[in-house]
Write a protein that binds this ligand. Structure first.
Ligand code: ADP
Ligand code: AMP
Length: 216
């Protein structure tokens, strides 16, 4: 299954991706996670991306298109994949079409997790992420068993620099202006599945899995 997980920052893409990747046995490819890893390692890509990420701006399309192209060429994606956080602009959506054509593949679905702005702000401002495996938690709505420690790998939890107030506002504005138009692009192609993400994590999970089983 070849899926794009779509939605504003804080919608729950990373949270749901973890379940879906296990359920369907396909790799979770988060462009945000890959970029953060590059920033941490100080690679050329990481150095170019950091200032955009800290401000909550989008990293230039070309860098993302190259990153996704080389990731989708890796053999573990042959059984399918879950793309999380890409495409985020119309030029990226068009580039993904080209990449898929070149690789002789086809997107099965774009799953749009829909959540209102107030809930997004609450989710992002309380988010904590594992330094080791990237798993997302929430200090109130999805806390780890032991404070500041990842349930999955024992890693330390931290607050992302872009989950602070100013950057959150900017990211939500960037989403509305640059990313939301991509929904129409996929609606016209007939691959868009809308999911109400303003519910408990387990309810959203059941809905997404049901929707994907129907098209599998
Ligand atoms: P995204 O990957 O879309 O940016 P995350 O999966 O990191 O979003 O989730 C953002 C925050 O919201 C995290 O703190 C996560 O624990 C929390 N969260 C995710 N889904 C839900 C939900 N259905 N209800 C409440 N909180 C949620
Ligand atoms: P995320 O983890 O998906 O919230 O992404 C964190 C940050 O990484 C974003 O605010 C952007 O700066 C950058 N980023 C991730 N994916 C993309 C993308 N597809 N296009 C441009 N920038 C991206």
């Amino acid at each position: 299954m070849q899926i794009v997980l779509f939605g504003p920052p804080g919608a729950g893409k990373g949270t749901q991706a973890k379940f879906l990747s296990e359920e369907f046995n396909i790799p979770h490819i988060s462009t945000g996670d890959i970029l953060r890893e590059n920033v941490k390692k100080g690679t050329a890509l990481g150095m170019k991306a950091k200032s955009y990420m800290d401000k909550g701006e989008l990293v230039p399309d070309q860098l993302l298109n190259d990153l996704v192209r080389s990731r989708l060429e890796e053999p573990d994606t042959k059984k399918g994949f879950l793309l999380d956080g890409y495409p985020r602009t119309i030029p990226q959506a068009k580039a993904l079409d080209e990449i898929m054509d070149e690789l002789n593949r086809k997107l099965d679905a774009v799953v749009n997790i829909d959540v209102g702005t107030n809930a997004l702000v609450k989710r992002l401002s309380g988010r904590r992420v594992c330094r080791g495996c990237g798993a997302p938690y929430h200090i109130v709505m999805n806390p780890p068993k032991v404070a500041d420690v990842c349930d999955a790998c024992g890693g330390e939890l931290y607050q992302r620099a872009d989950d602070r107030e100013e950057a959150i506002k900017n990211r939500l504005a960037v989403y509305t202006k640059q990313t939301q138009p991509v929904l129409d692009f996929y609606k016209k192609k007939g691959v868009l599945i809308d999911i109400d993400g303003d519910r408990e994590i387990e309810e959203v999970k059941a809905d997404v899995i049901n929707a994907l089983e129907e098209i599998a």
